[in-house]
Design a binder for this molecule. Structure first.
Ligand code: UD1
Length: 414
């Protein structure tokens, strides 16, 4: 559990971790590259540990020293066991890399997760367009590309992040050219493409809706610094906002934060972006965040919705949220309500009437970002808050409690 004695007022400086959502596809890319990959700024997270276990199972040797993770690529198995797949839904990103590396792959279907049903139909239909044969019987995906991965034109009906990454990983060593239309434009896709290109790949247009991949024969591992985690950044910004704090975050990519700035500005925060750091100064009282509509990048990210809802819970006035990406992404609302927040949820819409003060309570994280939202709310609440289910939080935040304690919060893991 995380125990918080609130309210806190945050101040000081903190360095932002490397991005979880970038590290996972980069580790899948490491499988594909011959020789050695060294990832710098690699966050210490349980999801990264799961990805490392998958790589080791498949035949890679992995070594971590602080925030450097070295992968010596090798492949002597093409199957991911069920318990590793179940541990992390995004393990599906290994599918494209496995097929590209050895022409076949077997893994169990990842199924749903705490955010609701998470279909992989786009991953599968687009891989089929690249000549991959996929059998979906018995809850397993048995995939093979007997003629190798064949370049093709693929148009995604929705710009899925995971499907775009899987396609890039499958096509980068394929035959001919692959064109992905309506590709996801998230910065993590650019980080993956940058790494692959450094290893000898030819991926063009990452960050745009149309990505073109000219297949190459082989890739050779190299070094790469994982991009900063934009969702961790916005979580600490929300923590500063709810506590009337003044904090500076270092190792930030300010361009990635732009789509998330408006609720902070609406709420009256002063945000200054300078080079690789960001300073946020929050007013007292905080204003409403007004209107949040989650969208694919460069829209407002669904992963930032829960911590910003904790802000809305104590912002003066009414805020309206519309969650357009995932079905079950308001599970943190219940915990916030236990702390005294006034939230009404109806389908994809949540209406929040800010209250003057939340009250500490025992609450349970139901998912990663929702758990972080409860911690943020606990910082603003009067009295003691206990947040259970911290195993979710450890999937994506490296020492969240420690980071907030460094900024002056009375918070610890118990
Ligand atoms: C990634 C992120 C996750 C983030 C999400 C949206 C990683 C490891 N995870 O997840 O943190 O919340 O992007 O920004 O990077 N969909 C389908 N069929 C598919 C694939 C997706 O219907 O085959 C739907 C999903 O159910 C969801 C939407 O598309 O409603 C977005 O999913 P997607 O962009 O694929 O998210 P992930 O890659 O799973």
């Amino acid at each position: 559990m995380i125990m918080i004695d609130g309210p806190a007022e945050l101040g000081g400086e903190l360095a932002i971790q490397g991005a979880k959502n970038s590290t996972l596809p980069l580790l899948a890319a490491a499988l594909l590259c011959k020789g050695q990959t060294v990832l710098h700024n690699c966050p210490n997270l349980s999801d990264v540990d799961t990805a490392v276990r998958i790589l080791e199972h498949l035949g890679c040797r992995c070594r971590r020293e602080g925030h450097d993770l070295t992968v010596d690529s090798g492949m002597n198995d093409c199957e991911i066991p069920e318990e590793l797949m179940r541990g992390m839904r995004s393990s599906i990103v290994f599918l494209g890399a496995m097929i590209a590396r050895c022409g076949r792959a077997r893994l169990c279907s990842p199924g749903g997760c705490e955010l609701g049903p998470r279909p992989i139909d786009l991953h599968l239909s687009s891989l089929r367009r690249l000549g991959v044969e996929i059998d979906e019987s018995g809850g397993w995906l048995t995939c093979q590309a007997p003629e190798g991965v064949q370049g093709a034109y693929v148009s995604l009906s929705f710009p899925s992040v995971g499907a775009t990454e899987n396609l890039i990983l499958a096509a980068v060593c394929g035959k001919g050219t692959t064109i992905i239309a309506n590709a996801a434009r998230e910065p993590e896709i650019c980080d993956l493409a940058e790494y692959l290109n450094r290893c000898g790949g030819r991926v063009y247009g990452a960050g745009e809706s149309c990505v073109i991949i000219d297949g190459v024969k082989e890739l050779f591992g190299s070094e790469h610094r994982v991009m900063p985690d934009r969702i961790a950044t916005v979580t600490y910004m929300a923590a500063a906002a709810v506590t009337g704090g003044n904090i500076t975050l270092r190792d930030v990519d300010n361009a990635h934060i732009l789509p998330m700035l408006s609720p902070f500005e609406e709420a009256g925060c002063e945000v200054r972006q300078l080079g690789g750091s960001l300073n946020i100064m929050a007013p007292r009282p905080l204003g409403a965040v007004k209107h949040i509509r989650t969208m694919p990048y460069p829209g407002f990210p669904t992963d930032a919705q829960p911590p910003v809802m904790a802000m809305a819970a104590v912002g003066q006035g009414t805020s309206v949220f519309v969650e357009n990406i995932f079905e079950s992404r308001y599970r943190h609302a219940e915990g916030l309500q236990r702390m005294g927040a006034k939230i009404k949820v109806e389908g994809k819409v949540a209406v929040i009437e800010g209250v003057e003060r939340l009250t500490g309570a025992s609450v349970e994280a139901a998912d990663l970002r929702g758990g972080a939202a409860l911690v943020v709310a606990g910082l603003a609440a009067q009295g003691r808050t206990l947040v259970g289910g911290t195993e979710y939080i450890c999937r994506g935040y490296e020492n969240l409690a420690g980071g907030l304690a460094d900024l002056g919060a009375r918070i610890r893991e118990v």
